[in-house]
Design a protein around this ligand. Structure first.
Ligand code: CAO
Length: 554
């Protein structure tokens, strides 16, 4: 065991910098290279790493203290002999690249701002020390933005440090030459500014940052955003940092937030000058998990609960001891039932269903079906009414394309293919195989493929691909009975047709009641996409085609 003073390493041109964040406390076990504190000058912030591993015995600095190279930061109890000299931590020499100081970066960026076409200036990546192929993790400006000299244009990150790249000139962004994820190097073109008003004035005296002893992480920050009231989090809808301004946080906090999927501009910083700390990100995450706060993304997806009527606010499911009332047997639900049940529940809750009911006169069609089956007896393919309804449904989908669409955010996707799903009853539950390109197939082929798919469904041999890509579904209970029912839409489709058992009904022909074979139709549609009038037109047209298929030729 040895007690070791951990001191501030060579931090380049920084003379005296303020401690703005303490990242460890007495009793903490730390690793070599772990960040101990964040310091900040008026231009840049950086994290000071430990040169050794051990347990923190005593902190020698407080928030607001000024430190410089050689200042003792803390006393560490290490397992072995004394740690490596603080000013040249071994791990940093090996792994940490040397970010240029803010001053040197700004000055070098001047040299890299070159006039392009008249009135425009190309801003390039300044000298960023040893950084090579650093990834763009934030683009802070967009085409049309007016930027000032020194305003941060983007944030880049290596495996050890992140830094902001300042603009060397002022003007309006005419072209943005980088995007998220791009890898950039010194001299790469970043933006073309129009109406550029010249390059950055030199800040301080130029001096090269010593490569070997640079801190493990540094952020070349634009002037910090002024924020006062420190709170951990705030309800969504209000970004904590106004759009266009950069949340102020150290690289490790940024990395932590990114790992959690937290957007820093939604987190209110409690550190000096509104800096976002690790605790702020954790506090924000806890609040979101507890439901006290919604992220902007959540708020955009769902209406607010409470006064506005959003949120289901349901009673818990009743818990009943059924055995108290008589003998019971428990069985696990089948895998298909669990999957289809979850899908049906979502569709029922999320889609505003309307069902319209109609009757189709299929007297002539049934006669044709029976005679066709006789003619095709040898083929072994049996034609059922469902095959005709599938074909008639495609004619209706062509006439009313809204029914062949899907909702995608604020857009409707109109499909130009006609794949029809049909609900198949199997011993394990309901599945919906899909017949492809029905518009290009005849009744015999449809019947044959339907028979094959239905058999596969019953045998549990349908592949996932055979149940995907449907545009519209049909659920036929015709072989079983029922008069009408409400079929549930198979999202992301927007409509489904239910068929019940056909029966002879007396129909008034203007002079007398005549017996007609009547097929009950139940059409459910998504009212967000289809209005009631369209629903009525669809079933009316469908019924008319089933009554006389020649209508599709009109
Ligand atoms: N009216 C009167 N009779 C009908 C009919 C209708 N609308 N539809 C079918 N029939 C008759 C058929 O002509 C056949 O008669 P025969 O045995 O005399 O030839 C009999 O009913 C059985 O038909 P089928 O069910 O074998 O064939 P199909 O093409 O109509 O249906 C399939 C195929 C796979 C869709 C069906 O077997 C099935 O599984 N249906 C259940 C679907 C379901 O569960 N839907 C509910 C989903 S929501 O929970």
């Amino acid at each position: 065991m040895a007690l070791v003073d951990i001191t501030v390493p060579d931090i380049g041109d920084f003379d005296e910098v303020s401690v703005i964040e303490l990242l460890v406390k007495p009793g903490d076990t730390i690793q070599a290279d772990q960040s101990l504190l964040t310091v900040e000058s008026d231009k840049a912030s950086m994290e000071i790493p430990s040169s050794a591993a051990g347990v923190v015995k005593e902190l020698k600095v407080r928030l607001g203290d000024k430190v410089k190279q050689g200042s003792v930061v803390l006393v560490l109890e290490t397992a072995g002999a004394a740690a490596a000299p603080a000013a040249a931590p071994v791990s940093e020499q090996k792994t940490a690249p040397a970010p240029a100081t803010a001053e040197s970066a700004a000055i070098k960026s001047v040299a890299n701002a070159a006039p392009a076409a008249s009135g425009s200036v190309e801003v390039r990546v300044p000298d960023i020390g040893d950084f090579k192929d650093v990834a763009v993790i934030e683009v802070l400006v967009k085409v049309g933005d007016t930027v000032k000299v020194e305003q941060s244009l983007l944030t880049v990150e290596s495996d050890k440090a992140s830094m902001e790249i300042p603009s060397s000139a002022a003007g309006v962004v005419r072209e943005l030459k980088v995007k998220l994820g791009d890898k950039i190097n010194i001299g790469d073109l970043l933006v073309v500014l129009e109406g550029a008003s010249g390059s950055a004035p030199a800040v301080g005296s130029p001096a090269a940052a010593p490569a070997a002893a640079a801190p493990a992480a540094a952020t070349l920050a634009s002037p910090p955003v002024e924020r006062t009231a420190p709170t951990a989090a705030l309800p969504a809808h209000e970004p904590a940092v106004p759009t266009g301004q950069l949340p102020h946080a150290s690289p490790s906090v940024r990395k932590f937030a990114r790992e959690l999927g937290v957007l820093l501009n939604e987190v209110k910083g409690s550190g000096p000058k509104g800096r976002i700390t690790l605790d702020d990100v954790q506090g924000f995450t806890r609040s979101v998990m507890a439901g006290d706060v919604r992220t902007l993304a959540q708020a955009a997806k769902a209406p607010a609960a409470g006064a506005s009527g959003g949120g289901l606010d349901l009673l818990p499911w009743p818990k009943v001891d059924f055995a108290k009332f008589g003998p019971v047997e428990r069985k696990d639900r089948s895998r298909i039932k669990k999957i289809s049940g979850a899908n049906l529940h979502r569709n029922w809750v999320m889609i505003p269903h309307v069902t319209s009911y109609d009757d189709a006169d299929i007297t002539e069609l049934e006669a044709f079906r029976v005679s066709s089956n006789k003619e095709n007896e040898k083929s072994g393919v049996k034609i059922t009414m469902l095959a005709f309804v599938i074909k008639a449904a495609v004619a209706a989908l062509k006439k009313f394309p809204d029914f062949n669409a899907s909702l995608d955010g604020e857009q409707l996707v109109y499909k130009q293919y006609f794949h029809i799903g049909f609900a198949a009853d199997t011993p394990n539950g309901l599945v919906v195989p899909v017949l492809r390109d029905v518009d290009k197939k005849g009744i015999l082929q449809i019947s044959q493929e339907m028979g094959e798919l239905a058999k596969k469904a019953r045998d549990g041999k349908l592949s996932p691909g055979e149940m995907q890509g449907g545009c519209f579904s049909i659920s036929s209970l015709g072989g079983l009975g029922t008069t009408y029912f409400t079929p549930l839409i198979n999202a992301p489709e927007v409509a489904i047709l239910g068929l019940s058992k056909s029966s002879m009904k007396p129909v008034w022909d203007g002079k007398a009641f005549v017996p007609r074979l009547t097929l009950p139709l139940s059409l459910s549609y998504d009212h967000r996409v289809i209005d009631g009038a369209s629903g009525a037109r669809f079933t009316t047209y469908l019924a008319s085609v089933l009554a006389d298929f020649r209508r599709v030729l009109l």
